[in-house]
Design a protein around this ligand. Structure first.
Ligand SMILES: [Zn+2]
Ligand SMILES: [Zn+2]
Length: 170
């Protein structure tokens, strides 16, 4: 998402509109298990305010992931308002500021950082999701199992008997 801002920098208070529809790069389209395999749309304006570029825009991204309880595939989307500034490279010691260099501003990192900040911490298919049975792995939203009813299967029953038969200090 590279923008040639050399003309804009020559015009005080000038603006430049941009529109991108690109795959996220630099993160392999995956952030913390969230898959971004469709283009991210980022449109907006840059304004030159005494050499600081003000970015105002909106960003849309779609992601795929699985429900953290039942592991069903899920899709979701983000729709974000973006307000950031880009300063000339070398004009600020803070490594976290966004910079432009040689008349080029790359707003890909702005897109990526805003996506990371706004992703849901945990994804569930529904508040009522029953998840998977921890013993047999069955999806409890679609079927039932008998695990909850009888925790001890035959192997454990035999073991119980073994301990009972054993005399103390034997
Ligand atoms: Zn679920
Ligand atoms: Zn079960």
């Amino acid at each position: 998402m590279r923008i040639d801002v050399s003309e804009l920098l020559r015009t005080s208070r000038g603006t430049l509109s941009f529109s991108f529809s690109e795959l996220l790069t630099g993160c392999g389209n995956e952030i913390d298990g969230y898959i971004f395999d469709t283009p991210v749309e980022f449109i907006g304006n840059l304004e030159n305010i005494n050499g600081v570029l003000r970015v105002v825009g909106s960003l849309k991204a779609e992601y795929k992931n699985t429900c953290s309880r039942c592991l069903e595939n899920l899709k979701g989307g983000l729709s974000l308002d973006i307000h950031e500034s880009i300063v000339e490279d070398g004009s600020d010691d803070d490594p976290d500021v966004y910079t432009y260099k040689d008349g080029i501003a790359d707003i890909g990192r702005i897109a990526q950082d805003n996506i990371i900040l706004n992703m849901p911490m945990r994804l569930i298919c529904s508040e009522d999701c029953k998840g998977l049975c921890p013993l047999c792995g069955v999806n409890l939203n679609v079927s039932q199992c008998d695990c909850g009813k009888d925790h001890f299967d035959s192997r454990f029953s035999k073991l119980e008997g073994y301990f009972k038969d054993k005399k103390p200090n034997d």
